[in-house]
Ligand binder design. Structure first.
Ligand code: MV4
Length: 492
């Protein structure tokens, strides 16, 4: 096993990875930017090193600084977490060159899956269903018009080097096609440095369902069931659950077995996720993520597998420690991403200082967070405060538990999206499992958020005024879940 691992990330995910290292008896090396000098993750690591100014390009994306620390500290491996360098094949390549193990898939596979056209091709070849569309990049508009005619409108134009929704264009008639292609190409060029775009049939209001897979370097692969991540806003996931309410054991076996074959066929190793759209009873492969994902805790909760420990062991050359037969869903898990953002103002980030922070606990509650009372959420990074994961014996119990856990939260000082989560948990369609990627708009959730906020305003004011009092008193009014008090209303 590695003796020392460098974690090239920050916040809750840095802590999550260091926790796995600690359980495996591995020493941890943290790296932090100017904005994270006092952050919890930098203290959690046995050793931590400053790597540069707050803007990510000068710190968390600064490969020279990270490798300098890795060598100075004698780290044998680097875990990139998610975001930042996690899907950067140049970083994985450089790890190899510098004699440090990258805890992730081989760099050529990161490249292969980063090319969405190539990914579609290899997954289709392995037997996974893909959305009807072009097999190659679009070169000729007239040919594109005839392809669109064949597959039927609406179609969607996507960047091959993209993913995550950037530069996508939905096209509903032939006269819009040429302009959509040009515009998608131009965004693709400026964002990814590659203007290649492709076309797919556009599925209206699909569900987003993804399979977590694990593979070792001997070619063993398993899947850890699926997650449903349909509740998103502008491609930012807000609520995820596992399993999916629409999954059947038969469908899971069919897609899961094919997914395993597919990742074996591309020589994949480590953790990865196959994203699918689900529409009218059918699954369509969309893209593959070659990293540990934000929402991995729900999968850990329903399968009992510690995904990060598996990642580290696999990177060290070990075989998978589970067989597929050992994997089955144990009840239900739901994750709410608690963000410092204003759901009543277009979800704009609301960074600032946490005057009070108290997270929920009790049966079936897991909190992944890197914050504490007095911590300042920086405008330089994402606005995640905490990932709240709950489990229950079934979906109904998980929802009740989530409502109870959301009620226990005390966050004062920044606006949070907790009222949004409360609104969703109480929504009849959510409770029935009627989800889609258009869930928030289709269900008028924001109007319901406004009602939740209104109903809690008075309790919030009570809590704010109690801030001048003893902590004991604040704790006594746990019921006053003041999640919607802006910093300027706070005295202390
Ligand atoms: C689609 C689609 C409908 N049809 N592709 C958005 C992010 C990127 N990973 C792919 N995305 C979509 N691709 C076809 N052929 C709809 C979306 C989409 C979406 C997908 C998952 C979750 C939320 C979404 C929100 C809007 C659009």
């Amino acid at each position: 096993m590695f003796r020392k691992v460098l974690v090239a990330n920050r916040g809750e995910i840095a802590i999550r990875i260091m926790r796995a290292c600690r359980e495996l008896g591995i020493r941890t090396v943290g790296v932090y930017s100017e904005a994270d000098r006092n952050a919890l993750f930098a203290k959690y690591a046995e050793e931590s090193f400053f790597i540069g100014p707050a803007p990510a390009p000068q710190s968390y994306l600064n490969m020279d600084a990270i490798f300098e620390v890795a060598h100075a500290a004698g780290a044998e491996a680097i875990h990139p977490g998610y975001g930042f360098l996690a899907e950067n094949s140049d970083f994985a390549k450089r790890c190899e060159k510098e004699g440090i193990t990258f805890i992730g898939p081989p760099c050529d596979v990161i490249d292969a899956m980063g090319d969405k056209i190539a990914a579609r091709k290899s997954m289709k070849a392995a037997g996974l269903p893909v959305v009807p569309g072009t097999e190659e990049g679009i070169r000729d508009v007239n040919r594109a018009i005839s392809t669109a005619e064949d597959i039927g409108y609406p179609v969607i134009i996507k960047a091959s080097a993209g993913g995550g929704g950037i530069g996508m264009r939905i096209v509903r008639s032939p006269d819009e096609l040429a302009h959509a292609i040009e515009s998608a190409q131009s965004v693709a060029k400026s964002t990814f440095g590659d203007s290649t775009v492709y076309m797919e049939k556009y599925l209206e209001e699909p569900r987003h369902i993804e399979f977590q897979i694990l593979a070792d370097s001997e070619g063993n692969a398993i899947h850890l069931l699926e997650r449903e991540c349909s509740i998103q806003r502008r491609h930012q996931k807000l609520i995820e659950e596992a399993p999916s309410p629409v999954m059947t054991p038969e469908m899971r076996k069919e897609i899961g077995d094919t997914a395993i074959e597919a990742v074996r066929s591309i020589g994949y190793s480590n953790a990865g996720t196959l994203e699918f759209l689900y529409s009218k009873g059918r699954f369509y492969f969309l893209e593959m993520n070659t990293r540990l994902q934000v929402e991995h805790p729900i999968t850990e909760t329903v399968t009992g597998v510690d995904i990060v420990k598996e990642q580290i062991q696999i990177a060290c050359g070990a075989r998978l420690s589970y067989t597929q037969e050992e994997i089955s869903p144990r009840g239900w898990a739901i994750e709410c991403r608690i963000n410092a953002e204003d759901p009543l103002n277009n979800f704009v980030p609301a960074p600032g200082k946490l005057r009070r922070y108290r997270s929920p606990g009790g049966p079936g509650v897991r909190v992944d967070s890197g914050v504490h009372t007095g911590y300042t959420i920086s405008p330089f990074y994402d606005s995640l405060i905490s990932k709240l994961t709950v489990s229950g014996r079934d979906r109904k119990e998980a929802i009740a538990r989530m409502q109870r856990a959301l009620y226990e939260y005390i966050i004062v000082g920044v606006i949070t999206n907790i009222p949004f989560h409360k609104a969703v948990m109480g929504n009849a369609n959510f409770r029935k499992g009627n989800l889609s990627t258009h869930f928030i708009d289709n269900n008028n959730i924001i109007a319901e958020v406004a009602r939740v906020v209104e109903a809690e305003k008075e309790k919030g004011a009570t809590l704010a005024s109690a801030l001048g009092a003893e902590d004991r008193k604040v704790a006594a009014i746990t019921a006053a879940v003041a999640t919607y008090i802006s910093a300027d209303k706070i005295q202390k």
